[in-house]
Design a protein around this ligand. Structure first.
Ligand SMILES: [Zn+2]
Length: 412
């Protein structure tokens, strides 16, 4: 007897029975496979897809509880169909030592509604890198002012078997007239320093120029991967300015309309590995004082579906690829994968920041009509969102090492 069986279309495919036992998908078949303790039958306007893994999320908390907390941010992720998030280290205080990684892991363990992975920030001494990894950080994240230390820190992450993530923009050019060139310049410098086996992820690639440089380089060297954000794909500076004026600030900046059109074409050619929200934790007051970034966890999955009408592409870039990158058996509706699943409904709704669980409220996507909605979310086979309420279940720290294909859905 299975714990749960879900019947319905899987992404764009045929109707199937998805059977779940002890948190794992144990069977996907066209015929009913036997008895289940519970059954969920989807309507014709619904389909089942894997839950998303978001590699780029700013949660804050600590001294900045007025902004996003771990609780509000991860709750908002669950309501958006995301069951794993990778937290960013530019908190107050920063997560840039083994001691702070431990503190952050403790906080995430007690308050997070999603499974979580942790980026550590550039430490005072390179020797700290391996210790931060041992304390639970899966990756090191470097910001533009820290890129000068890239080479030395890359040696440390490689030695520790840890991943590296970079915000590639030439610091001196940000905010100047040459700002659109900042990314290409930094990308070229970094690419000169990577080796055959370097594991480097370029966060929120924002220009077609930067993206093509990286795409060219990865044919020869290393495990180089790229994220692309919802706002760099589906928003541009002019439109954001019309909609939200001075609060349109984000790093990297929004670019021209022709650049985002180029980026979308590149996405369809498979240039970007991951779609990642770069969810920012700022309140309305923060935004008027110049804080960069937008909240997105609650709608980034419906937005991606709405803009592409391609559930298979969305599942690949927002579910399977990021989960695989983190060493998780998640992100596919397939036997042997964790039963983190989303029921998506084909109905219209409008993005209304006033209704967000997240404390972030300023987004240039406000008011846009979404054609897909998150109706139900399962995490390890258990309901964590029923369309109205978010429920807390057991969560795990994701360390980036490959997950054994064991039953029980626990990743170590
Ligand atoms: Zn970010």
């Amino acid at each position: 007897m299975f714990d749960l069986a879900v019947y319905g279309r899987v992404c764009g495919g045929p109707k199937s029975w998805v059977s779940v036992e002890e948190g794992m998908i144990v069977r996907v078949s066209r015929e009913r496979a036997g008895k289940s303790a519970a059954e969920m039958v989807l309507s014709d306007s619904q389909f089942l897809m894997p839950a998303a893994t978001d590699l780029h999320v700013h949660l804050r908390d600590f001294a900045q509880k007025k902004k996003e907390t771990v609780e509000t941010g991860t709750k908002s992720a669950i309501a958006g169909g995301i069951t794993t998030v990778a937290d960013m280290p530019n908190t107050d205080p920063k997560v840039d030592s083994a001691r702070m990684v431990e503190k952050r892991v403790d906080l995430l363990r007690s308050d997070s509604y999603t499974d979580f992975a942790l980026h550590a920030g550039a430490p005072d001494s390179p020797q700290e890198v391996a210790k931060m990894h041992a304390a639970g950080a899966f990756a090191l994240k470097l910001y533009p002012p820290e890129l000068g230390g890239f080479h030395e820190l890359l040696k440390e992450t490689s030695r520790a078997g840890m991943k590296m993530a970079v915000h590639a923009e030439e610091f001196a050019l940000i905010g100047t007239e040459s700002a659109p060139l900042a990314e290409g310049v930094a990308v070229r410098k970094i690419l000169q320093q990577v080796g055959q086996r370097s594991d480097v992820r370029f966060a929120h690639v924002s220009t077609a120029d930067g993206a093509s440089e990286i795409a060219r380089a990865r044919r020869i060297a290393g495990r180089l991967t790229m994220e692309v954000s919802p706002h760099h794909l589906f928003m541009d500076e002019e439109m954001a300015d019309k909609r939200i004026g001075v609060t349109k600030k984000v790093n990297p900046s929004l670019r021209s309309r022709s650049n985002s059109a180029k980026m979308r074409r590149m996405m369809l050619r498979g240039i970007f590995d991951f779609y990642a929200s770069d969810h920012a934790p700022h309140t309305v007051e923060d935004k008027f004082q110049g804080s960069p970034g937008f909240p997105a966890l609650e709608f980034s999955l419906p937005l991606f579906l709405t803009k592409t009408d391609d559930p298979e592409l969305v599942a690949r870039m927002y579910c399977e690829a990021p989960a695989t990158y983190l060493g998780l058996r998640k992100g596919r509706v397939r036997k042997g994968y964790t039963a983190d699943l989303v029921v998506v409904g084909r109905r219209d709704w409008k993005i209304d920041p006033e209704k967000f669980v997240s404390k972030g409220r300023v987004t240039p996507f406000a008011g846009e009509t979404m054609r897909y909605a998150i109706d139900h979310v399962l995490k390890a086979g258990k309901t964590v969102f029923d369309g109205r309420r978010v429920t807390k279940t057991e969560t795990v720290l994701v360390t980036g090492r490959p997950q054994k294909s064991s039953r029980g859905g626990v990743s170590r």
